[in-house]
Design a protein around this ligand. Structure first.
Ligand code: SF4
Length: 248
């Protein structure tokens, strides 16, 4: 079996993270390749690299790390571009009693639906880029041609997650958006977070160190909290200064 993980490279694994899934000690695996080219991607090198490699080393890493963590988070890149390998790796995690989470841009709902229905997924974290009513803005941020069909697929992913979360076949569900001063307006942010009032939502402070578009300006913690407070619903805010905070 092949996994799009690049030449096996431990820099594509975080052996232990306590910030990618709240309350969990998680190993994070960054899978290469992405169908988007977001202007603020912090993993641009990984996202735009499509070289394949065998899964065996990664399975070995899971076995070696399993006593130090209680979860594994697949990140990227876009992990659902590799459905067969993803299911194999998730099944290995389950065999060792680990919870499985995925950070995704939501483009491939069928992969996630299958993983949920086969009990291979516990945490679904969907990264939204802009209001899903604004395909032009979505295309601008993701550097791709976003069609109505793409938007429908992302909405379908949200619905799959919501249904499973309500039915308790999914342990955790979160929508996330990364913010910069000059990317989404306050009005657009409010529209986005209130499009899904029943789903936990986190606003994340953007970082510019490794992103391709250097003209982006990060928001301060106070600016993020101000925006979150104006949104009129409970939100999480994540910043470098304070980590995760609940805003109601
Ligand atoms: S969807 Fe995520 S991994 Fe892909 S380009 Fe955008 S930020 Fe990077």
């Amino acid at each position: 079996m092949q996994l799009n993980f690049g030449d096996f490279d431990k820099t594509n694994i975080v052996p232990l993270s306590t910030i990618d899934w709240k309350g969990k000690a998680a190993m994070v695996v960054f899978l290469k390749g992405c169908n988007f080219k977001c202007c603020y991607c912090q993993n641009f090198r990984i996202a735009q690299n499509f070289s394949p490699a065998a899964t065996e080393e990664l399975l070995g890493e899971i076995r070696r790390n399993k006593q130090f963590v209680n979860a594994l988070v697949f990140s990227g890149g876009e992990p659902t571009l590799h459905p067969i390998a993803l299911k194999t790796l998730a099944a290995e995690c389950k065999r060792h009693g680990l919870l499985v989470g995925i950070e995704t841009n939501g483009s491939f709902p069928e992969v996630l639906e299958t993983m949920i229905s086969t009990q291979l997924l516990d945490g679904l974290f969907i990264d939204l880029k802009a209001p899903l009513t604004d395909t032009k803005k979505y295309a601008q941020i993701t550097g791709t041609t976003i069609t109505d069909a793409c938007v429908r697929r992302i909405l379908e992913t949200i619905n799959v997650g919501r249904t499973a979360f309500i039915a308790r076949t999914l342990l955790d569900l979160e929508l996330r958006t990364t913010l910069f001063k000059n990317l989404l307006s306050d009005v657009e942010i409010k529209e986005l977070v209130n499009q899904f009032p029943d789903i936990p939502f986190a606003l994340q402070q953007g970082r510019t160190e490794q992103c391709p578009q250097r003209s982006l300006i990060p928001l301060t913690r106070n600016e993020l909290i101000d925006i979150a407070t104006q949104c009129g619903r409970p939100l999480k805010v994540r910043t470098r200064e304070q980590g995760e905070e609940d805003i109601s």
